[in-house]
Structures are given as structure tokens and as C-alpha cells.
Design a binder for this molecule. Structure first.
Ligand SMILES: *[C@@H]1O[C@H](CO)[C@@H](O)[C@H](O)[C@H]1NC(C)=O
Ligand SMILES: *[C@@H]1O[C@H](CO)[C@@H](O)[C@H](O)[C@H]1NC(C)=O
Ligand SMILES: *[C@@H]1O[C@H](CO)[C@@H](O)[C@H](O)[C@H]1NC(C)=O
Ligand SMILES: *[C@@H]1O[C@H](CO)[C@@H](O)[C@H](O)[C@H]1NC(C)=O
Ligand SMILES: *[C@@H]1O[C@H](CO)[C@@H](O)[C@H](O)[C@H]1NC(C)=O
Ligand SMILES: *[C@@H]1O[C@H](CO)[C@@H](O)[C@H](O)[C@H]1NC(C)=O
Ligand SMILES: *[C@@H]1O[C@H](CO)[C@@H](O)[C@H](O)[C@H]1NC(C)=O
Length: 921
């Protein structure tokens, strides 16, 4: 690889020095920016010094690619590697900024940030889709001391501006929700917000950003947040009169002062001075609230930067059976914005059910129709760029128009398959018919202007589309002239063949030479005849033969070239016109594409539901505030992501919660599936509210939640410099500040980050607070056995515990089932019960465990050690059972059985976990 990368070449040492001097004179940059030099207009790229080290380490995985020159280090990068690997690595996976400079002028060619990929993607004609298909967005944030927060958001990929203004608590929980709902990748803040100050609200803002992670933060001059923005907006927002546009969206300067100020900063930061942006306000409470902890705990999206992960590692992976990129993008958005309105959720469920029932429609859409849908948004972008830039092969630009045409001509086929169910009419048929009416005109435009014959050819790649000559009078005229000239040229060939006595085409060939235009060619042997013949002018002799011409042919060839140039220039003009006209259909194509994406996601939900290991079911749902009826009832519920993993045995569980019994405490062995159980309830609630069916048995009932809030796993938090205890406190306070009676709270171990005594007190106090003040559905998994006593005090509390079951088929595996009641204390005893010790032995063992007392039941082993121990123990138990039992009947006396067991366990008793269990028997 390294041998193919060019060295930097300079005409002389002065030139070389000047290059590095100019490089050093570029404005200062920090480590989060990668500076790239573009050589000879994309011939190759280089990075220097510390950027060279970074690229060598991460892209080439070796420093041997680094070259030294003039006290600098550099790495050259081929365009392929730059577009496909370096940009993705920097912008998508590692949230860096990229600047590209011209290697001669040192002018900035283009730049990109994680929230602004548009200009670099356009510059190099590349597609930078992230693994979760989210749209890149830039947000600006400003808040007042009273915690009124304004956010302005710009999505450059669909030219939209959104404004959001809301009250927040001390912890900025609502801001966190907003950033997660929109998947913001980049934020600008006023420069007076200091992340390093000791106290104050800015610190809390940065803590929120830290917690979410992977957000690039840039400070800009505070004064940019204050300008009057209407004048600037008027230039980039579509519509005649900006005041009217804002008024029609219910945006006024009194209610949106902060977010409008944010807008002004964004326009400046993104250097937006013209455009056709849409503007709207965003209402936080339109969607379910999810906090960072929940987003991670429910594995909604694949963890970033990991290409070795299992195929299905997240809900997004699981449900993304979409056939189009637009479908995947919409699914990504739906997963961040679960619905809260019963009627909206019901509509999606109903559509999914229609497709689950109607197999032929589902198969038609999945296999025949949706795979033909192109990325309309991207095609329109490419067409818009084609109009702006006149480089490259103009004819190739017609490809994108033809791709759109191919979509339009198959619309009637789709419409004919959609039935007249009222919801299909409302969501699909009617919007598509409306768009199709306009798109018919686009179809006619293409058919009358573009020669579509290459579509019939199998070799599409090598056939350019051309303007139909008959479309334009001047084209017809030039075309006639071209053809007349060509026939004169052919006559020349006949004349020369007579003269030289060489057979036409067989010996005397007529060819279009790259430099000489139309000319003759003979083999080198035959070229003898040309010697001493002044009529024929030889150009060039190569292996293939001798090229030559006559005076007459030269004149005709020049003429041909002239007409051909005229034709092409006229054609280019017409292509531009067609591109421009096609663009005027954007406002029809965009909503049309959104409708197709909607179909794609619903079909994907239906397919996911039908093809799950056990089909998903449509739940009955209960609205917000419907206090009496809000029950959560799931039979045989599964964790949908876990159940599709090959190497995990999964047991279905029941869930039953209701307004009078909404607080569940789950106890049980350390590794025993408590976490899975509580997360799976969250996952199912989320799947329900994006409109999908759920992994449970018929008769599932779910309340609609306004939020899912979690406190899960202290170990994996990214917050720097904070103790586990502080993180627990922060997250828990944030939950308490956000939760309403309509929320779902999931707590997986609380109070671990402190002493047992304090931890328990904390868990107890927080539980009481939730039970008394919030009255919302809560699942609390804990190792504090004593917490189960809450049930004695509060009727809304129910205790659940995890029981290990042995599934004995060909192999014995331990599975965990959640059952009502309080768990026995010792896991060792469970194992004994599982292999059906006689009651006497079990009782003895229980007494023994009780004698040990205290808090000594928690295993001191790691999960791996426990797993290993269990495997070993299982083997022994099976053998023991074979020797001492017939079915569940003991064939020896119990004392012999237990001493036999001890004897058999002896060889493995040095295993840490086996020892731990046996010591309790
Ligand atoms: C643009 O895309 C974002 C998602 O990134 C979405 O929230 C917004 O509604 C879209 N705007 C328009 C006008 O389609
Ligand atoms: C947002 O929606 C909620 C409920 O739909 C409504 O009560 C609230 O007034 C809305 N807020 C704004 C700023 O429109
Ligand atoms: C990637 O995912 C695999 C499987 O889930 C995991 O074992 C590995 O640790 C992950 N790697 C990183 C860098 O997160
Ligand atoms: C994961 O995907 C690859 C390629 O698509 C496939 O070969 C492999 O069998 C899949 N693995 C699992 C566990 O589904
Ligand atoms: C789907 O089929 C079931 C069972 O035949 C039927 O009860 C249900 O009404 C159908 N749903 C729709 C939306 O057609
Ligand atoms: C050209 O002439 C040489 C010698 O006369 C002969 O060996 C060769 O085969 C000829 N080549 C062709 C392509 O006729
Ligand atoms: C070409 O013409 C020159 C002078 O006119 C003569 O010397 C030579 O022999 C001729 N060659 C052939 C192949 O006829």
C-alpha cells in the first residue's frame, strides 16, 4: 500500500520551504480538527505532523507510512481512502472536524463538522451516512438564570430550522431529552459558558453534554446570540414575508427570544446567507422522553465505533428491515421520538396489523416495490449540485433525473396494489396520488427530452443518457449536419480505398482518433503503399498500424468536430435546463419520499413482527392519565434483541403491574436475569410507542408512558471525575425531577457506590419518594433484600424474585424465571432444589445458610467465574443424579446421597464459585 502513495514533490528547495511556511501560517487549530491538503485537485491528499501520526495509527495501523521532509512529517492518502475511510473515521466515528486546503493557494476548499457534512459530501460527491442513519444536526443553546432554555436547530440535509423554548429543572433534564430526541451531534454555545468554572449552570449544561457523549461543542462570541435575526432569516427561509411565515408557525419574538437568538448564532456559524429553509417550532412534549441512561440501557442504537459487534446488537438493528435509506432514516427518527398519543400509536398498530394480515401486499412491497425506491433526497442534492457546478461529464448528470423517472413510472403499480382501507387511504394512497398528479408532468418532461433507449440495454453503466435530438430544433439541425458530414467522410474512405487498392474496412479502416479526429488506419505492413505518395499525410505509427489522412478528410474531420462541439454545448445547455426544471419538483418529491419511507418502516415493523422467533403481538393500549385502566400485562414477554442471539438461552417471563400495584421490587441471585427482566419491560414499552408489535403473547396490555427513565449500571458511565455515588445521585435526581405519574422508571441497583448501610438507606428513601410522590410504574432490581419489606408498608409495592430453572432436554441449562414473592437467600440452595434434593436435605441446607446470616449471600465471584463454576457443578450434579435418583425418587438414603455428592464435588472444590456454594450447603 505504501509504495503506491506519492511523495510530495517540489520544483526546488525554496518551493518546499515555502510550502511548509505557508502551512505553518494557517490559523491555529486544536486536536479536534484534522487539516488536510488537497493536491492537484483530488489527485491525492496529505496530512501533516500530529495529524499524520493520528491517521497513520488509526487508518493504516502503522507508522511506516509516515514520510519525513523539512522537519515535518506527512502521510499521503489516496482519494479512495480519504473519501471512504478517513472522512468516516473522523466525522462519523470520532466526532472530529475536517478542513481541506488547496495545496498551492492554501485556501480553504471545504470543511466539515459532525453536524455539518453537507458541503464536504457535495464537494466530493460522497455519502456519509452514520451507522444509526440519523440526520446530522447542529444546535445552539442559550439559557437564562431562571432556567428558561432556548434551542435553535439546523438540519442541513433537509434544509430545516427548528426552534424550541422551554422551562427546565436544575439538572437540564429537558434539554437532555431534546438533544436525544433529535440526535444532535454538534452544539454551539456562547463563549461565556465556561466548562471549567467551579459552580454555576454552565457546568451542569456541560455535564449533560458529557453524559450524552459524542457531541462536539464549539464556543462562539456571545454577541452573536443577541442580534436581531429576522432580517437574516428572511434571506434563507422560503416565503415572501418572514414575519408572515413566522406568524403562521406561531413563532413570535416574545415567546421565542432565546431560540431566535440561537438561530442568529447558527446562521453565522454555518455561514448561511441564502437558501430555501423551512422553519418550525418543536414541542418537547409531543414525544416520549428518554434519558441517556435509558437510551443506553435499552440498546436502542448500536454502540458506535464497533464493527465486531453481533449482527443484531440493538433495537434499531432488529427492526431495520427497511429497503430504502429514507426508510432507515425515518426508523432512526421514530426510535428517538416515540409517540404519546393513543390515536397516533393506534394508527401505526393498525397499519402494521393490516400488513401482517395481508401477506400478498406485504410481500409485494417488501420484495417487488420498495427495493426499487432510490434515495430521493440524495438524488435531488446531486441534481442541485449539478446545476451549480459545470465540471465533469454533463451527460452523467441525467442519470439522477432518470432514476427519479424510474420511480415515478412504477407509482401506478403501487397504487393499484393498495386497498381502500381508510388508514391506507389517509397515510399512503391519498398523499401518493396527490404527488403523482404533479409527477406525471415530470415524467412527460423526461420522456420528451431524454433518449431513454439505454434503459433497454443491459449495459447501463457504459451508456450515457442523451438529450433526444428531435426535442430541440437547433439540435435537429446540427445533428443533420453531423450526419451529412459523416457520410462525406465515408465517401472519402471509399475513394482512398480505390486509389490505394485496399479493401474498405477490411484493410483501410476509418477511425475516430483521440487527437486527430476522423482518420484512416492501415497495418504497418500495408503502410508501404503510402510511401512517396504526397496525397496521404501520415500522423503516427504505433503497434496497431499507421494513422493517416488526406487533405479532404482533414477538412471534413475538423468540420465534424466543430458540429460535434456545437451539439455538445447545446446539449449541455439543455441538460442544465432539465436539471433545473427537475429541481422545481423537489417540493413534490420530498413529501412523496417521506410517504414512501413511512410505508417502508411500517412494512419493516410488520416483517419484524411476523418473522420474530415467536411472532410479536399487537398490544391493547391505555392512554395517559387514564388512571383507572392503566395496566401493564404481558404474558411470556421476551427481550427481542436477546432472543435472536444464537448463544443465549432465553426464558419468557410474565409482567403484571397496575395502578394499585405499580412498584415492583425484584430480588434474586446476582447474575440471575433481573437486569434483563426490567430492561425488557422498557424495550417493550418503547416498541409499543413507536407503533410496532411487541414480543409477548396475545392479550398484552400496555399503558402509554410519557417518559422512560433509568438508573442503570454505575460502571459504564462516562462522566469524568465524579464518583459512582455522585453519578448515581445525579441520575436519580434527574429521574425524580422529570418523572410524572405517567412515566416508567427502571432502576437497576442503587446504592452500590457507597457503604452497604448508606446504600440501603438511600434505596429505601428514593423508593418511598417514588411510591408516595410519583405513583408511577417502577421496576427496581436490587440486591438489598431488606427492601422487600416496603411491601408490608405500601400496598402498591409487589415483590418479585428470580428463580433459576433447569431446562433438561439434551443438555441441562440454567434459566431464570421471575416469580412473585421474595426470593430465598441462597443461590446454592436453589441449585440443590433444582436437582430435587429430598426436602430434608434442602431444609438442612437452608438452616445452614440462615445460620451464616448477615449480608454474606452476595457472591464474591465475577460473572465469568460464576458461569464456569456452574458449568462444572452442572456436570457433577447430572452424574450424581444418575447415581442416586430414579426420577425424583431417591434410590439411596439421603445421608449417603449427600456424602456422595460431597465426594463427587471434591475434585472441583478448588473452583472459587463451587467452593462458595458448597460452603453454604
Ligand atoms: C428534517 O429532518 C429532521 C430529522 O433530522 C426532522 O426532525 C424534521 O422534521 C425534518 N424537517 C422537514 C421539514 O422535513
Ligand atoms: C406542547 O404540547 C403540549 C401538549 O401537547 C401543550 O400543552 C403545550 O402547550 C405545547 N407547548 C408549546 C410551546 O406549544
Ligand atoms: C464490540 O462488541 C463486541 C461484542 O459485543 C464486544 O465484545 C467488544 O468489547 C466491543 N468493542 C468495543 C471497542 O466496544
Ligand atoms: C452475521 O452477518 C453475516 C453477514 O451478513 C453472516 O454471514 C453471519 O452468518 C451473521 N451471523 C449471525 C449470527 O447471524
Ligand atoms: C387481521 O386478522 C385478524 C384475524 O383474522 C382479524 O381479527 C383482524 O381484524 C385483522 N386486522 C385487520 C386490521 O384487518
Ligand atoms: C508483415 O510482414 C511480415 C514480413 O513480410 C510478415 O512476417 C508478417 O506476418 C506481416 N504481418 C501482418 C500482420 O500481415
Ligand atoms: C521514392 O522517391 C525517391 C526520390 O523521388 C526515390 O529515390 C525512392 O526510390 C522512391 N522510393 C520508393 C519506395 O518508391
Amino acid at each position: 500500500m505504501s509504495s503506491t502513495r506519492p511523495d510530495l514533490r517540489f520544483s526546488d528547495a525554496g518551493d518546499e520551504r515555502s510550502y511548509y511556511r505557508k502551512f505553518a501560517q494557517l490559523p491555529p487549530k486544536d486536536a479536534s480538527t484534522i487539516r488536510v491538503m488537497d493536491h492537484n485537485n483530488r489527485d491525492y491528499f496529505t496530512v501533516l505532523d500530529e495529524d499524520a501520526d493520528m491517521i497513520a495509527d488509526n487508518i493504516y495501523k502503522t507508522r511506516s507510512v509516515i514520510k519525513a521532509s523539512n522537519a515535518h512529517r506527512y502521510v499521503t492518502i489516496s482519494p479512495q481512502v480519504f473519501y471512504n475511510t478517513v472522512l468516516r473515521f473522523c466525522l462519523i466515528e470520532n466526532h472530529l472536524k475536517v478542513e481541506v486546503y488547496h495545496s498551492k493557494t492554501f485556501e480553504l476548499v471545504t470543511m466539515a463538522t459532525p453536524g455539518n457534512l453537507e458541503s464536504i459530501a457535495n464537494e466530493y460527491g460522497i455519502n456519509l451516512e452514520s451507522a444509526d442513519f440519523s440526520s446530522p444536526m447542529v444546535a445552539a443553546v442559550k439559557f437564562t438564570p431562571a432556567k428558561k432554555i432556548g434551542v435553535g436547530l439546523v438540519d442541513l440535509s433537509n434544509s430545516s430550522i427548528q426552534l424550541c423554548e422551554f422551562e427546565d429543572n436544575d439538572l437540564f433534564s429537558n434539554l437532555e431529552t431534546l438533544l436525544l430526541q433529535l440526535g444532535v451531534k454538534e452544539i454551539i454555545v456562547p463563549s461565556n459558558y465556561d466548562p471549567h468554572e467551579e459552580t454555576g449552570d454552565a457546568v451542569k449544561l456541560f455535564q449533560v453534554l458529557d453524559r450524552i457523549g459524542n457531541i462536539v461543542v464549539t464556543s462562539v462570541k456571545s454577541s452573536l446570540f443577541n442580534k436581531e435575526v429576522e432580517h437574516d432569516l428572511a434571506r434563507i427561509v422560503e416565503g415572501e414575508n418572514i414575519e408572515l411565515v413566522l406568524a403562521s408557525k406561531g413563532i413570535n419574538a416574545i415567546d421565542f427570544p432565546l431560540s431566535l437568538a440561537c438561530c442568529s448564532a447558527l446562521l453565522h456559524y454555518l455561514e448561511l446567507s441564502s437558501g430555501e429553509f423551512s422553519i418550525d417550532k418543536y414541542n418537547l412534549s409531543d414525544y416520549m422522553k428518554l434519558d441517556t441512561s435509558t437510551t443506553k440501557a435499552l440498546n436502542i442504537f448500536p454502540a458506535s465505533n464497533n464493527y465486531t459487534k453481533p449482527n443484531v446488537s440493538s433495537i434499531f438493528d432488529l427492526l431495520n428491515k427497511c429497503k430504502s435509506s429514507a426508510g432507515s432514516r425515518l426508523l432512526s427518527q421514530w426510535l428517538k421520538q416515540p409517540l404519546t398519543s393513543v390515536s397516533d400509536i393506534t394508527d401505526r398498530h393498525e397499519l402494521v396489523e393490516l400488513l401482517v394480515n395481508d401477506t400478498s401486499l406485504r410481500v409485494f412491497l417488501t420484495q417487488d416495490w420498495l427495493p426499487r425506491v432510490p434515495d430521493v433526497k440524495r438524488l435531488l442534492k446531486k441534481i442541485a449540485n449539478g446545476v451549480k457546478k459545470s465540471s465533469g461529464n454533463e451527460n452523467k448528470k441525467l442519470d439522477d433525473v432518470v432514476r427519479l423517472y424510474q420511480l415515478v413510472i412504477v407509482v401506478p403499480e403501487l397504487l393499484s396494489m393498495l386497498n381502500d382501507n381508510p388508514l391506507i387511504l389517509k397515510y399512503w394512497t391519498e398523499p401518493i396520488q396527490k404527488a403523482h398528479k404533479s409527477l406525471i408532468k415530470f415524467q412527460e418532461l423526461v420522456e420528451t427530452t431524454i433518449d431513454l433507449s439505454p434503459l433497454d440495454s443491459s449495459d447501463l453503466l457504459h451508456n450515457d443518457f442523451n438529450i433526444k435530438p428531435e426535442f430541440d430544433e437547433s439540435l435537429v439541425k446540427i445533428n443533420n449536419q453531423l450526419e451529412a458530414t459523416l457520410s462525406d467522410i465515408k465517401q472519402c474512405q471509399v475513394d482512398a480505398s480505390d486509389d490505394l487498392n485496399l479493401e474498405v474496412d477490411k484493410k483501410l479502416k476509418l477511425e475516430k482518433h483521440q487527437n486527430h479526429g476522423w482518420c484512416f488506419r492501415v497495418t504497418r505492413n500495408d503502410s508501404n503503399v503510402l510511401r512517396n505518395n504526397s496525397k496521404y499525410q501520415q500522423f503516427q505509427t504505433v503497434k496497431a498500424g499507421t494513422y493517416f489522412s488526406t487533405k479532404e478528410l482533414r477538412t471534413l474531420a475538423l468540420q465534424y468536430q466543430k458540429y460535434s462541439d456545437e451539439y455538445n454545448s447545446k446539449q449541455r445547455e439543455l441538460i442544465r435546463e432539465i436539471l433545473s426544471i427537475s429541481l422545481t419538483y423537489s417540493s413534490v418529491f420530498m413529501p412523496f419520499a417521506l410517504t414512501l419511507a413511512h410505508i417502508d418502516v411500517i412494512v419493516s415493523f410488520a416483517n419484524s413482527s411476523v418473522f420474530a422467533p415467536t411472532p410479536y403481538v399487537r398490544p391493547i393500549i391505555h392512554g395517559l392519565n387514564d388512571k383507572e385502566s392503566r395496566t401493564l400485562k404481558l404474558k411470556d414477554a421476551r427481550h427481542p434483541v436477546l432472543e435472536v442471539q444464537d448463544d443465549i438461552n432465553f426464558i419468557a417471563n410474565d409482567v403484571a403491574m397496575s395502578p394499585g400495584k405499580q412498584f415492583s421490587i425484584i430480588t434474586g441471585p446476582n447474575m440471575g436475569g433481573k437486569s434483563t427482566y426490567i430492561r425488557q419491560v422498557g424495550v417493550i414499552a418503547l416498541m409499543n410507542q413507536i407503533g410496532c408489535f411487541v414480543p409477548a403473547r396475545e392479550g398484552a396490555e400496555l399503558p402509554v408512558f410519557d417518559a422512560i427513565l433509568s438508573r442503570v449500571g454505575a460502571g459504564d458511565s462516562q462522566l469524568k471525575g465524579l464518583s459512582t455515588f455522585m453519578i448515581e445521585m445525579l441520575e436519580t435526581s434527574s429521574i425524580l425531577a422529570t418523572a410524572s405519574a405517567n412515566s416508567l422508571i427502571i432502576i437497576d441497583e442503587l446504592g452500590r457506590g457507597t457503604s452497604t448501610y448508606d446504600g440501603f438507606g438511600l434505596a429505601w428513601a428514593i423508593s418511598e419518594h417514588i411510591i408516595k410522590e410519583k405513583e408511577c410504574f417502577t421496576l427496581f432490581a436490587t440486591h438489598f433484600h431488606e427492601l422487600t419489606q416496603l411491601a408490608d408498608k405500601y400496598p402498591s409495592v409487589q415483590n418479585l424474585h428470580v428463580v433459576a430453572h433447569v431446562e433438561q432436554a439434551d443438555d441441562i441449562t440454567l434459566m431464570y424465571r421471575v416469580e412473585p414473592g421474595v426470593s430465598d437467600k441462597s443461590f446454592g440452595i436453589h441449585v440443590a432444589e433444582l436437582v430435587k434434593f429430598p426436602a430434608k436435605i434442602v431444609n438442612m441446607a437452608k438452616r445452614k445458610a440462615d445460620e451464616l446470616g448477615g449480608d454474606g449471600k452476595r457472591s464474591k465471584c465475577t460473572p465469568e467465574e460464576i458461569q464456569q463454576g456452574i458449568e462444572k457443578l452442572k456436570g457433577v450434579l447430572i452424574k450424581w443424579r444418575e447415581q442416586c435418583y430414579d426420577g425424583s425418587k431417591c434410590t439411596t438414603d439421603p445421608d449417603t446421597a449427600i456424602s456422595k455428592l460431597r465426594e463427587m464435588v471434591q475434585p472441583i472444590n478448588d473452583d472459587k464459585y463451587v467452593h462458595e456454594i458448597m460452603s453454604q450447603l
